[in-house]
Design a protein around this ligand. Sequence first.
Ligand code: DMJ
Length: 458
Amino acid sequence: MSAEIDRRTLLALSAALSACSTPRLEERDWRALAEDVKVQMAWAFAQYREKAWGKDEIKPVSGGYSSFPLRDHHVGLSLVEALDTLWVMGLDEEFNAGVAWVKAELDLDIDGEVSVFETNIRLVGGLLSAHHASGDAALLDKAKGLADRLMPAFNTPTGIPWGKVNLRTGVASEPRNSPAGAGTYMAEFGTLSRLTGDQRYVEAAKRAMIALYERRSGKGLLARQIDAPEGRWLSRTATVGSYGDSYYETLWDAWDLLGDAECRRMYNVCTAAILAHQREMKDGDLWFPDLDFETGAIISRRQDELASFYGGLLAQGGNAREGSAYTLAWAKVQDRFGILPEEYDYETRTPTQVSNSLRPELADSCFTTWLIDRDERWRAIAARHFEAMKRWNKAAFGYTDIADVTAEPKRQADHCPGYWWSEQMKYYWLIFADAPRFDYGRNYLSTEGNFLRGFRRG
Ligand code: DMJ
């Protein structure tokens, strides 16, 4: 980017931010909103207990359930993901019931393949955050036992893990992986190493991060698909959305949670490359198009909703102006559709995927940015996110994803993803409540919203 274009981008960014800096902020009773979040969480958990206890994910419209991350075997995914949210809200009876289930029922000696990434961020992370909440050693044991079952996936010539592993046999499969899939382990594995004294976990996680970083292009960008054992890119597309997203988050997290200065340096290098090559102003808003990772040419102006987490990450990493502008660009899309579509083309200003998988990312960015600057507009955007969810996603037996956000009225699907229990309900609660069990000054939440630091016990 030339100095002149850069100067113009900065001016446009400032204009975008000041245009949004004096929004109509409704006078809100945040405490009442927080209580409503807690009521919704308790209600949804009661539905899950009645209809799908110990199953992975409830179908909130029909009252059935489905399994994930295994194909035909349930591991109580939703309750594991819910644990620290229940605890931080003070829903202790529900939390204790969940912990009792994990201790009595959760057996991970299963002859089945799982995604190494999903199992780590959701289950290893969920068990570790429940351990952080309760101090219960049995939860740490479960987390360690599960991580041990994932470890064979890291046994590749490059250190970049396979995509899948069989929990019983340790046989790894799926050579195709991504920066996010291969590079989102430092928080959970670093915590495990710190708590157990066994450095193998953090070493495997970091080796993968470095192996990905070393394969960045001359422009400093990573592509979205890689052959793990060979270390050969299988795609040319650089993205901050799906497949890229939590790799960048984890570079920052390794510094934030573990004090790893090398990861912070890698974060800075990757972020500088993204900001230099990937920023685009359109109609006064900041976006990050997908690029060819070697030439920097724009491949697509379609943004997946998952990318809306990125504003919060930029703010955390010290790029407050760009972070705020990106979150505000997404907030405008939310204002247009009520609920963000799964994919949005900012050039044509149309959704290119009209579903929404009950996603937390915009609320995540609002919460993360609010923790830094305490600007009320983030609370206002999060409140609209919560209220739209209450209006459109609530079903007979819980909260469901949406098949079409553009339909009038919006059309519900029938699935409550596990992350719903771990992410947005927690972000809403913490941003609206003055939660006594949370340290607002010093905390850490993983990409899945799992607390690995910042709980106040007793
Ligand atoms: C979550 O599982 C995590 O936030 C992950 O990093 C990507 N997004 C999903 C929820 O949308």
